[in-house]
Design a protein around this ligand. Sequence first.
Ligand SMILES: Nc1nc2c(c(=O)[nH]1)N(C=O)[C@@H](CNc1ccc(C(=O)N[C@@H](CCC(=O)O)C(=O)O)cc1)CN2
Ligand SMILES: Nc1ncnc2c1ncn2[C@@H]1O[C@H](COP(=O)(O)OP(=O)(O)OP(=O)(O)O)[C@@H](O)[C@H]1O
Length: 210
Amino acid sequence: MPSTTTAEKAALRRALRRRADELSPAQRRSSDEALFARLTALPQWRQADLLLLFHGMGSEPDTARLLPALWAAGRTVGLPRCLPGHGMEFRAVGPDTPLRRHPFGMLEPDEACPLLVPTARSLALVPGVSFDPSGGRLGQGGGYYDRWLAGYPGRTVGLCRACLLSESLALETHDRRVDLVVTEDGLYGPSQSHTTQSGAPGPRSVPECT
Ligand SMILES: Nc1nc2c(c(=O)[nH]1)N(C=O)[C@@H](CNc1ccc(C(=O)N[C@@H](CCC(=O)O)C(=O)O)cc1)CN2
Ligand SMILES: Nc1ncnc2c1ncn2[C@@H]1O[C@H](COP(=O)(O)OP(=O)(O)OP(=O)(O)O)[C@@H](O)[C@H]1O
C-alpha cells in the first residue's frame, strides 16, 4: 500500500503533466526564452566548472537549445545516463556526440563519452514536473535524481514554468530540495527572499496557465 505522500505525488504529477501538455508550442517557446535568460544570467551558471544539464523532452524546457552556445564558449557540459537500479551518471557531450533515445523518451550519451566527476563548483540543472518556492521538487517518479543528488557535492537549479510552480510540495525524507528555482518571473529557493532579478517582490500566488 503506497504512503499518502506517494499517492498524492502520483496524482499531482498526472494533473501537472496534463497542464503542461496543454501549453501551445508558442507558449513553451516564450516560457523557455524567459527561463533561459534568467538562468544564463546567474553567477552560478557563469562560474560553474561543469554544467550538468538534462536533454529536455515532451513539455520540459527545451534545454538542448542551450548547448551550442555553451560549446562555442568552451564550457564542459554533461548529460545524464540512466543506469540499472535507478542509478544515473553524467557524461560529457560535444557538438558531434551521437545521442541515443532512452525508452523513457529522452536523448542520452553512451558509455563512449567521458564520465564526469562533479565537484563543489559544478551546477546541475534538475528536471521536475513541479517545484515550490522553497526548492521542493516533484520529479518523474523514478527516484533517479534523488538517488544521484544524495552523493552530489555541487549546486542545483530547477527550471519551472510559472504555471507549474506549486505553493508547497509534500516531500519525503529522500527528496532533495534544489538550491534555486528559476521561473519566468523570478528566483526562489531556501536562501532567496522571493525576489525578481530587479529586486522587486516576486509573485506569491501560483498563476494559471493561460
Ligand atoms: N529530460 C529528462 N531526462 C531525465 C530525467 C527527466 O526527468 N527528464 N530523469 C529524471 O529522473 C531521469 C529519467 N527518469 C525518468 C523517469 C520516469 C519517466 C517517465 O516518463 N515515466 C513514465 C513511465 C515510463 C515507463 O515506465 O515506461 C511515467 O511515470 O508515466 C521519465 C524519466 C534521467 N533523465
Ligand atoms: N536516495 C534514495 N535512496 C533510495 N531510494 C530512493 C532514493 N530517492 C528516491 N528513492 C525511491 O525512488 C522512488 C521514487 O521517488 P520519488 O517519487 O521521490 O521520485 P522523483 O523525485 O519524482 O523522481 P526523479 O528523481 O527520477 O525525477 C521512491 O520509491 C523512493 O523511495
